[in-house]
Design a protein around this ligand. Structure first.
Ligand code: FAD
Ligand code: SF4
Length: 477
């Protein structure tokens, strides 16, 4: 075994080829090329097969990484796929968009001095190959069960739960207010990180497995929550978090100041070939504009890089902390810088300039103060340091809070946490309403795709136990 592995000593880390910045600015395709088989095999062989795999420990799905790396190194790709898909519903998606530097790869024991195994790229390669070779089979439950589960939200949490419940034989219907499946995977995350075909392929696969989708269904709007509750034996709420954090202050209501998700959804719809009037009118199109994006998370990074691809005249990201303290992935900052984005660290907007439409942002310099109780440094303004950035499109990307679900669903009995997320039992995933479960960002707050998958899978297991317990009670009666 060791003969084939432990190659990190002699073989340097190699990621899949990254397209030149000048080329990738021109389109919305993914920036990394596919691994060629020999490179994937060689890179997998760099794994040291260490005794305590910290990569697995730090993967939210506890993926059995060393074992599927070994199988890949040995050319046993179908087995590698079986193993990787046993713990991850969408390995090719996580392989593309997990912040591996903070999760599996950041904890690889060979990282110190040798650079980590490229775990994400191998994970993506294994499942892409499995799709190509026809090893990815539709879900075929061993038996059909009568209980039906309604899932509200076709994002990664809802879809992972749908797959796991259907595989156990339950009748699963997923409802979403959008016209396509995927949640933020399809309409939030841009194609240069995750091409849309990857998400559409999974939609088809889930449908082939017998999962029903009811789209354009805004639950709490035309379809009432109570009606769904009456229709299914259990409900899972996986609606994500969508209330954007707003910026107040002088001029914040000017035209040309837009919300990040409106901007990204528009761009993703254009990539999918939809007619989008707000793009065609120029409202949500950065072409020829001086663009300022406010925020430092993944959403802000996606906005700046989208604006570059829409041929903005200039793109500036304003963030009130510094590079080391930003919430977004540093890998994405590097990609954005290569593509021509200017980062103005330690700066926050003070006012928006213009009469009717925005023409500029007046910002003020910040400095980092002492850490607060959470250990995070406070930010303080520097008196007299105001400066102006020219802007005719300002994109607000300050993060998201949960919508008021008890009001939206007309269910005052649905209890919330202090943060406005749904209160769900950590083990049973049940909310304050019997038979109603919840998972993903709506419970956790804005998080990551890999955590949404984990929560969806765990919630499905909990719903299964809920049904088993109910059957046992009936049998005992
Ligand atoms: C721009 C952006 C970029 C991101 N980039 C990354 C990244 O690179 N890597 C990463 O790991 N994470 C990233 N994230 C975070 C990640 O996308 C989320 O954590 C994840 O999608 C949460 O999954 P979810 O299933 O809980 O919710 P969502 O993906 O938000 O899905 C919820 C679904 O519920 C539907 N819904 C909501 N309310 C209703 C209703 N009333 N009726 C019917 N349907 C409803 C919505 O339409 C949506 O389809 C990013 C997030 C954003 C916003
Ligand atoms: S799911 Fe994410 S954290 Fe886990 S091994 Fe894959 S890329 Fe790493």
């Amino acid at each position: 075994m060791t003969e084939r592995m432990l190659k990190f000593i002699s073989l340097p880390q190699q990621t899949p080829e990254k397209r030149e910045a000048a080329e990738r600015r021109e389109d919305f395709n993914e920036i990394y090329e596919d691994f060629v088989p020999a490179t994937a095999q060689a890179q997998a062989s760099r794994c040291s097969q260490c005794g305590i795999p910290f990569c697995s420990v730090n993967c939210p799905l506890s993926n059995n990484i060393p074992d599927w790396l070994k199988l890949t190194a040995e050319g046993r790709l179908e087995e590698a796929y079986e193993l990787s898909s046993a713990t991850n519903t969408f390995p090719e998606i996580c392989g593309r968009i997990c912040p591996q530097d903070r999760l599996c790869e950041g904890n690889c024991v060979i990282e110190k001095g040798f650079e980590s195994v490229t775990i994400g790229a191998v994970e993506r390669y294994v499942t892409d190959t499995a799709f190509e070779k026809g090893w990815v089979k539709p879900i075929r439950p061993a038996r059909e069960l009568p209980e039906s589960v309604g899932i509200i939200g076709a994002g990664p949490a809802g879809l992972a739960a749908a797959e796991a419940l259907r595989a156990r034989g339950y009748q699963v219907t997923v409802y979403d207010r959008h016209d396509r499946v995927g949640g933020l995977l399809i309409y939030g995350i841009p194609g240069f990180k995750l091409e849309k075909e990857i998400v559409l392929r999974r939609w088809k696969w889930l449908e082939e497995g017998g999962i029903k989708f009811v789209l354009n269904a805004d639950i709490g709007g035309e379809t009432s929550f109570a009606a769904l509750r009456g229709k299914h034996d259990a409900l899972l709420v996986a609606t994500g978090v969508y209330k954007p954090r707003e910026i107040t202050g002088p001029g914040s209501g000017l035209k040309g100041i837009v919300r990040a998700l409106d901007y990204l959804i528009t761009s993703n719809r254009k990539s999918l070939g939809d007619a989008v009037p707000d793009f065609d009118s120029g409202l949500l199109n950065a072409k020829g504009k001086d663009v300022v994006v406010i925020g430092g998370g993944d959403t802000a990074m996606d906005c700046v890089r989208t604006a570059i691809r829409q041929e903005a005249k200039s793109v500036t990201c304003l963030y009130r902390r510094d590079r080391q303290n930003m919430p977004g992935s540093l890998r994405e900052v590097k990609n954005a810088e290569e593509e021509g984005v200017t980062f103005t660290w330690l700066a926050a907007p003070e006012a928006f300039l213009g009469d009717d439409t925005v023409t500029g942002v007046r910002a003020i310099r910040m400095h980092l103060g002492l850490p607060d109780a959470s250990g995070r440094q406070s930010v303080e303004t520097i008196e007299g340091s105001a400066f102006t950035v020219k802007a005719d499109l300002v994109i607000k990307a300050l993060g998201f809070d949960p919508e008021d679900l008890p009001a939206a669903f007309n269910e005052p009995g649905l209890r919330l946490t202090g943060w406005g997320t749904l209160k769900a039992h950590p083990k049973t995933f049940e909310t304050s309403l019997p038979g109603v479960f919840a998972a993903g960002d709506i419970v956790r707050g804005a998080s990551l795709v890999v955590w949404a998958i984990r929560d969806g899978r765990d919630a499905a297991a909990a719903i299964h136990h809920h049904f088993l317990a109910a059957t046992n009670v009936q049998a005992a009666e």
